[in-house]
Design a binder for this molecule. Sequence first.
Ligand code: NDP
Length: 364
Amino acid sequence: MSLARRDILMGAAALATASSSRAVGQDRRVGFAIVGLGGYGLGVIIPQFANCRHSRLTALVSGDPAKARTVAARYGVPERSIYSYETFDRIRDNPDVDVVYVVLPNAMHAEYVVRAAKARKHVLCEKPMAVSAAECETMIAACKAAGRKLMIGYRCHFEPFNLEAMRLARSGAAGRSRYVVSEHGFVQHDPSKWRLKTALSGGGSLMDMGIYSLQAARYMSGEEPVAVTARASTDRSDPRFHEVEDMMQWTLDFPSGAIGQCMSMYSAAQNHILLMGDKGRIELEPATRYDGNHMWIGKDGREQEIVAPPPGPGKTMFAGQLDHMAQCVLTGSEPIVSGEEGLRDMRIIDAIYRSAREGRTVGL
Ligand code: NDP
């Protein structure tokens, strides 16, 4: 299915979700278990339940019982709803948990998504969905077999600037897409981080930040790539990069003849998306940060800054993402960023690594 057609279906699904949610479950809040109380799960996601209309925090899964008890007390989670990784499967018997949100290191995603599905829970899984396309297929199959929803934590699909950029691109504001630049990086300082260990991360900057570059190239061009040509550049004498790549740079060939030029890195900061069309350009910088993003639309050097529509009182992209999952559970609709969407990215990521390794263009 073309991306444009999928977008229309997604838009329709989102509208259906929004309108039916007025009729269904207005008072019911969907219960979430957060698995992994780290920088993102604890630092970013858990406080966002306060901004949600349809979602509430009902359970915690952690390898650190003392931390879990402290967090539970702070957010009103009962002690009986704290699990360790060993007791996780007992979550099946907890009626307060509808959704398991997996916020663990990348290589643990597949195991916990499959176990959550077997416990008959819906699943929200952080990006990257897994560390290979084969794992993604297993995760999708497990959720299908259990009759449960699977959504990937692609928060930019709930971020006002990225949503407006997608809308403008689809409406032809830049004309026919010809070239997309998408670059994401930050300086990774600590060599001991799991992100730098292949067994937990599955790869380097491509897995962590490159997925934003890839996503944006796809949602801004509105096309699916047919080939990829990649190369990596990594200083292996740097203790941070004994296992994973630092910089990955890749070109995507789109069916229309448009080209995507993408990059991820762990040795310099960058956060930029640019769509060039035959009638103008749409640019975001920073593009995908938690806040403070900026967007311009322009032609021939005359650029106008675009103010994205506000997400609504008290709303944030994180709360929007949680509530979207909750509405999918309440109404039976499919997430706009499904497991299949995560699988599409992971197939391309597998091809990017193969292209860089083999020094040739890989067809998709
Ligand atoms: P952190 O290292 O900060 O936290 C990961 C948590 O996972 C730990 O605190 C720990 O929680 C648990 N864990 C279980 N086993 C291990 C292990 N062997 N090594 C390390 N941690 C372990 O990572 P992040 O929170 O930054 O990232 C988690 C996931 O979220 C990743 O997949 C990442 O890509 C994604 N992410 C997404 C973001 C987004 O914007 N969408 C932003 C940041 C991250 P506990 O102590 O409770 O057991």
